[in-house]
Design a protein around this ligand. Structure first.
Ligand SMILES: C[S@@+](CC[C@H](N)C(=O)[O-])C[C@H]1O[C@@H](n2cnc3c(N)ncnc32)[C@H](O)[C@@H]1O
Ligand SMILES: [Zn+2]
Length: 220
């Protein structure tokens, strides 16, 4: 293994030339350079390079735009460890808020012992981003450089089937639209279904049995 300044580290996987695939006992191996950061902190998510972690006025760390961003531009792809909602009890308490529900019974949890940049998106009751699928975060409108990127946690949180875990959080987003409390029932609020149509996590938008049963979304 050889270091090149602060930027990269050359990983020698097998004898051979850099960038040359080597066939050894039926396996192909490569020399490749990886950013130093990923050697010391393995990341499981992707964050648009126009975004950066910064300190929000009231909500601790947050994610901010450092350049203008266009509506529907991809902002983040979330990764991590897939776990049952009840398994959240087993991760350290200080990491439990860095989980994201991706299905009625499952969350994406931290894969390591420290949060990644994508773990720092705050909630707003008047957000500028939303979901495509379950793990893609996109801009819901044009966003100006300097703005904090937020989504409404109700886009991903719903009552967890077969679990006694209940999600509820006091909201301090400060928006005139603030509901003061964020709950796992909020996704059913008709006004929010209209406002966030197409930006709820896919499992809520299309798969929630109660959404189908009561024709939520279909009647809008
Ligand atoms: C995914 S983390 C976001 C990053 C967090 N600000 C930090 O510094 O680690 C979620 C946590 O941030 C805080 N948070 C995010 N949005 C909030 C809001 N609108 N009102 C109050 N707390 C919020 C809550 O403590 C929540 O559990
Ligand atoms: Zn709020």
């Amino acid at each position: 293994m050889q270091c090149f300044g602060n930027d990269a580290i050359l990983v020698l996987t097998r004898a051979g030339r850099k960038d040359t695939p080597q066939r050894t006992k039926g396996l192909t191996s490569y020399f490749f350079e990886v950013p130093l950061k990923s050697v010391f902190m393995i990341t499981h998510s992707w964050l648009n390079s126009c975004l950066e972690k910064g300190c929000s006025d009231t909500l601790g760390w947050g994610i901010f735009a450092r350049a203008d961003i266009r509506k529907d531009e991809r902002l983040a792809i979330f990764g991590g460890k897939i776990m049952l909602i009840d398994e959240m009890y087993q991760i350290p308490e200080n990491m439990q808020s860095y989980t994201m529900q991706i299905e009625e019974r499952f969350v994406l949890g931290p894969a390591g012992s420290v949060p990644e940049d994508t773990d720092f998106f705050n909630h707003s009751c008047d957000p500028n981003s939303g979901f495509k699928g379950q793990i893609f975060l996109v801009a819901m409108r044009d966003i100006k450089a300097g703005e904090e990127i937020t989504f409404d946690y109700c886009m991903t949180v719903s009552e967890s089937v077969g679990s006694d875990m209940i999600f509820e959080m006091d909201c301090a987003c400060g928006s005139p639209r603030c509901l003061k409390k964020i709950t796992e029932q909020d996704w059913m609020i008709p006004e929010l279904q209209v406002r966030y149509k197409g930006y709820f996590s896919q499992y809520i938008q299309y798969n929630r049995p109660s959404a189908v049963k009561f024709n939520y979304f279909l009647i809008i």
